[in-house]
Design a protein around this ligand. Structure first.
Ligand SMILES: Cc1cc2nc3c(=O)[nH]c(=O)nc-3n(C[C@H](O)[C@H](O)[C@H](O)COP(=O)(O)OP(=O)(O)OC[C@H]3O[C@@H](n4cnc5c(N)ncnc54)[C@H](O)[C@@H]3O)c2cc1C
Length: 271
């Protein structure tokens, strides 16, 4: 509440009864809740497609399924990247936005990029008989009702390297926790399940700004569990950095060479 209220966002304490008036499917065990009327959600795959389309409309060429295998440079300027298909693509500016795989670039650029993968398992259930109306956060999971009649149940947070697969334990934890909050979800059909890797940094804050020692390399990685939330502001501030050559005030605290513990940790949550 301390972090949200100064931003003008409203939050109200509810008793268990008041919470169930808003969400009748909530468990009778729920004793209290916080109501945040401005809370909202988007569909991440559609946002990514929209960004890609907007970039293409402005003249960008997108190369999907093309793995970068190295960089070429002259002194402190990257001149090209090489790809697994054997191509060499010239570049004026290079932005490292390689998610959980960003640390691979440390070797090529001789800088330390402290990013590790954090696995997230997530699933979609059909809405229960009394459908959920709002996003519900509790017991370290979130339940996000979607317009297509599903409820997203997310997500695990596991540091198991690049092991990107669903596990019985992860799925069981999500289902059991969801059913504790909304008992009628026990009857719901499972629509789908999937897994992803978040790019995690030691202080759980993103890495944004220029790559030390390089004239034309920018870093945009380490967004952890809020990369969708921060996607637009990341694009906007990185574009400003590249065009003006100066890091906007907003992203200066997120430089890769910041001292450990220099950014106050806020309560972050994904949904
Ligand atoms: C289960 C789950 C739920 C989440 N929920 C939310 C949420 O509700 N809200 C939110 O804000 N965030 C959420 N996140 C986090 C969000 O998905 C990430 O923060 C975000 O995707 C990071 O974006 P990115 O572009 O940095 O990395 P990514 O989305 O991982 O994209 C990096 C891309 O770089 C590519 N790449 C890597 N190396 C190379 C290379 N050498 N050559 C070419 N390409 C390369 C990868 O293949 C990948 O496509 C969630 C994550 C998970 C796993």
């Amino acid at each position: 509440m301390k972090a949200w209220q100064p931003l003008g966002l409203h939050m109200y304490w509810l008793t268990g009864e008041e919470a169930r008036q808003r969400e009748p499917a909530l468990s009778p065990d729920v004793r209290a809740g916080l109501y945040a009327p401005e809370e909202a959600q988007i569909k991440a795959p559609q946002v990514v497609k929209a960004f890609a389309q907007a970039a293409a409309n402005l003249g960008a060429t997108l190369r999907s399924h093309t793995r970068v295998t190295g960089v070429q440079h002259q002194q402190n300027k990257v001149t090209a990247i090489t790809t697994a298909q054997g191509e060499t693509l010239a570049c004026n500016h290079l932005v490292i936005a390689a998610g959980a795989w960003a640390a691979q670039w440390s070797e090529w650029l001789h800088i330390k990029l402290p990013v590790v993968p954090q696995r997230g398992q997530i699933l979609a259930l059909r809405q229960p008989a009394t459908p959920l109306r709002s996003i519900i956060f509790g017991e370290a999971i979130y339940l996000a009702p979607k317009q297509d009649g599903t409820v997203i149940v997310g997500a695990t947070r596991e540091e198991v390297g690049f092991e990107k697969h669903l596990t019985a334990g992860g799925v069981a934890w999500l289902l059991n926790t969801a059913a504790r909050l909304i008992p009628s979800l026990e009857q719901s059909d499972i629509e789908s399940m999937w897994v992803g890797l978040r790019p995690k940094t030691p202080d759980n804050q993103p890495i944004l700004g220029t790559a030390p020692g390089w004239e034309n390399v920018a870093l945009a990685t380490g967004h952890g569990s809020v990369g969708i939330l921060l996607s637009a502001i990341t694009g906007k501030t990185l574009a400003e950095l590249i065009v003006t050559g100066t890091a906007p005030e907003l992203i200066r605290p997120f430089a890769v060479d910041r001292p450990a513990g220099s950014i106050a940790a806020d309560a972050h949550s994904e949904w």
